[in-house]
Structure formats: structure tokens, C-alpha cells
Write a protein that binds this ligand. Structure first.
Ligand code: HEC
Ligand code: HEC
Length: 302
């Protein structure tokens, strides 16, 4: 009996040691990924300052989700706070005290938005540049013009920091992208963005953020990597279980702009319609056209 216990202890001890070693290795890999420096010289975009561009820039900042993550006054907000991952806080983008506005050149801003890299060349955490890489020069220029035009706010958010387990988790999960910069085709020039209009191509351009939650096939279902209490994302293709064909174009516009249709309410904490409602009817028509032209996929096949 004693000998058996001894062996059990040895095996358990060995396993524990192994887990510890693997954790240390994963931690080291995470640290190296975060500290990697990227040398990127992006193509500069024109930053306008006329009234119309600033108005449009604000709208782009809203419907592309920037405002939801950066705050209404661009003052910086807590994006994620979870002991298993750490805390991720958006910086104050204004030129007030504690803000980065005055410290960043226009080129720094382009690099951050398109390539997810800060002014030291380090990858930004969770900043979804995998979508913004495709922004047209016009849209990006207007969004940056808006950032440059906002009043200074004094606010010094803490810097983002991963926890010890966060460095490990980032190497184990495929479902959550910690460092979007890693996935961006840095060597190629981004494709030319389509012209605005009610076209499939422009609809696709406006729908770049939907697959994160609705799946690469747009067929919805439970969102991997998100808290289990979240509702499933709906099917956005014309496939089985999709409400979109019955709603029609006008119904689709209605639900995105008001969060409600035929008594079906969608919650803004889960589905960011409060960002998307800043799109015009024409823009939403382009998205609907694009979605209804997708391969019909049954609900839940991501
Ligand atoms: C899903 C949330 C999210 C969205 C959407 C988002 N950001 Fe960010 N952004 C972040 C986070 C988080 C950081 C800070 C990351 C860090 O601390 O490593 C950041 C950092 C930045 C920075 C600072 C880079 C630096 O030099 O330090 C800029 C500029 C920026 N974002 C602009 C934008 C713009 C413009 C948009 C919309 C086109 C946008 N962001 C959309 C989360 C987001
Ligand atoms: C952050 C995750 C997230 C993103 C990004 C997102 N959605 Fe959603 N969406 C959801 C969730 C979750 C639901 C279900 C909400 C509920 O049941 O309350 C939903 C529901 C919907 C619905 C209602 C579907 C139905 O059958 O009831 C539509 C339409 C929709 N989304 C369109 C879009 C479009 C278009 C985009 C991109 C422009 C998008 N969503 C981006 C999470 C998201």
C-alpha cells in the first residue's frame, strides 16, 4: 500500500512539474508575441478638415464600432476586465492630459488603425485592425479627421495589462484574437475599397465586422469564446432558420436602426446595433443585398 502511494505521489508530482514547465513555456511565448516589434511604414492618407468630412468621420467612427470601444468622448474605457486574461483599456485618444492625441503623428494613427501596431511598433491588444486594414483611404482619413477635431478630455486610463494566465491563454485559444496585428498581410498593399453604392461589394465592405459574432459563413449560432449567457447570433444568410428573407430590406433596416422588429428585440449589449444604426438606409440596403446573395446556410453552421 505504502509503495503504491509513493508511486502515485511520484506520478502526480511529475505531472504537476510537467504542467508547470508547459505553462512557463507558454508564458514565455506569449511574452515574446507581445514584445515583438513590427516595422511598418503605411501609406499616408489625406486627413481633411471640412465640415462634411468631420460629420462623416464621426459617423464612420460610430458605425465601425470605434466609439463603442473608445468612449463617446474618446476618453478611453475599460474594454475587458477578467482575472484570467487581464485588463484591456482603450487609451484616451484626445489631446487632453493623459491622452495620446498630442503624442501621436498622423502616420502613427494610420499604423494603429490599419495594422494594429502602436507607435513603438508593438502589437495592440484586441484592436480589430483585421477589419480596418480594408478601410478606404477616404473613410480612414475622415475618421482620423474626426479624432483630431474632438475637444481635449483630461483622463489617464491605466495601460492594458495581461495577467500571468492571460499570457498562457493567448496561446491556447484559436477563437479569440489577442493580437490582430499578427494576422494582417503586412507585405501586401490592401485591396482598393469598393465605391459607395447599393452594390454587393460595398455591402461586403460594410459588413466586415459581422463574422466575428455571426460566423465566417454568416449563419450564426453560439459565439465561440464568448460568455455562455450570450444569446446565439442570428442567421444572416438566406438559409434555414433565417428571419432576414421574411423581414425584407425595410424590415432589416428597421431592426438595425431600432433594435426591434415584430416584437423581436435585440439587445445592444450583445448585438451592437447602437453602432450600426449610424449607417444610412442606402448603406444598410447594400448590406442586405450582400447578405441575401450569400450561399444559404442553415442556422448555426457558423
Ligand atoms: C473591439 C474594440 C475596439 C474597436 C472596435 C476599436 N478599437 Fe481602437 N483600440 C482598442 C484597444 C483595446 C486599444 C488599446 C490596445 C492596447 O492597450 O494594447 C486600441 C487602441 C487604439 C489606438 C491607439 C494606438 C496607440 O498608438 O496607442 C487608436 C488610435 C485606435 N485604437 C483607433 C481606433 C479607431 C479609429 C477605431 C475605429 C475605426 C477603433 N480604434 C476601433 C479597441 C478597439
Ligand atoms: C459582438 C457580436 C456581434 C456583431 C459584431 C454583430 N452581431 Fe448581429 N447579433 C449578435 C447577437 C448575439 C444577436 C442575437 C441578439 C439577441 O438575440 O438578442 C444578433 C442578432 C442580429 C440580427 C437579428 C437576427 C435575428 O434573426 O433575430 C441581425 C439582423 C444582425 N444581428 C445583423 C448584424 C449585422 C448586419 C452585423 C454586422 C454589420 C452584425 N449583426 C454584427 C451579435 C453580433
Amino acid at each position: 500500500m505504502k509503495a503504491l502511494l509513493k508511486w502515485v505521489a511520484i506520478i502526480l508530482g511529475g505531472l504537476l512539474g510537467l504542467v508547470l514547465i508547459i505553462s512557463l513555456i507558454l508564458y514565455g511565448i506569449g511574452l515574446a508575441r507581445l514584445n515583438r516589434t513590427y516595422t511598418i511604414t503605411p501609406r499616408m492618407v489625406k486627413i481633411p478638415n471640412d465640415e462634411k468630412s468631420l460629420r462623416e468621420g464621426k459617423r464612420i467612427f460610430q458605425y465601425r464600432g470605434c466609439e463603442a470601444c473608445h468612449g463617446e468622448e474618446l476618453q478611453g474605457v475599460i474594454y475587458l476586465e477578467n482575472p484570467a486574461i487581464g485588463q484591456v483599456i482603450t487609451p484616451n485618444l484626445t489631446s487632453g492630459e493623459g491622452g495620446i492625441g498630442a503624442k501621436r503623428t498622423d502616420l502613427d494613427l494610420v499604423r494603429a488603425v490599419k495594422y494594429g501596431v502602436d507607435s513603438d511598433g508593438k502589437a495592440l491588444l484586441f484592436m480589430p485592425s483585421t477589419e480596418f486594414y480594408y478601410l478606404s483611404d477616404l473613410d480612414l482619413g475622415r475618421a482620423l479627421a474626426y479624432i483630431r477635431s474632438i475637444p481635449a478630455v483630461d483622463n489617464q486610463p491605466q495601460p492594458s495589462e495581461l495577467s500571468a494566465t492571460g499570457f498562457i491563454v493567448m496561446n491556447l485559444t484559436q477563437e479569440i484574437t489577442f493580437l490582430p496585428a499578427e494576422l494582417i498581410p503586412r507585405e501586401e498593399d490592401p485591396p482598393t475599397a469598393p465605391e459607395p453604392g447599393k452594390t454587393v461589394e460595398y455591402g461586403e465592405y460594410l459588413a466586415l465586422s459581422c463574422p466575428v459574432c455571426h460566423g465566417l459563413e454568416f449563419s450564426g449560432g453560439e459565439i465561440p469564446g464568448f460568455p455562455p449567457e450570450w444569446p446565439a447570433a442570428g442567421n444572416l444568410t438566406p438559409g434555414l432558420g433565417s428571419r432576414l428573407p421574411t423581414w425584407g430590406e425595410e424590415g432589416f433596416i428597421e431592426i438595425i436602426q431600432n433594435g426591434e422588429k415584430h416584437g423581436r428585440a435585440i439587445h445592444p449589449d450583445y448585438m451592437p446595433w447602437t453602432s450600426y444604426r449610424h449607417m444610412t438606409d442606402q448603406e444598410l440596403r447594400a448590406i442586405y443585398l450582400y447578405l441575401m446573395g450569400l450561399e444559404p446556410v442553415e442556422f448555426g453552421n457558423r
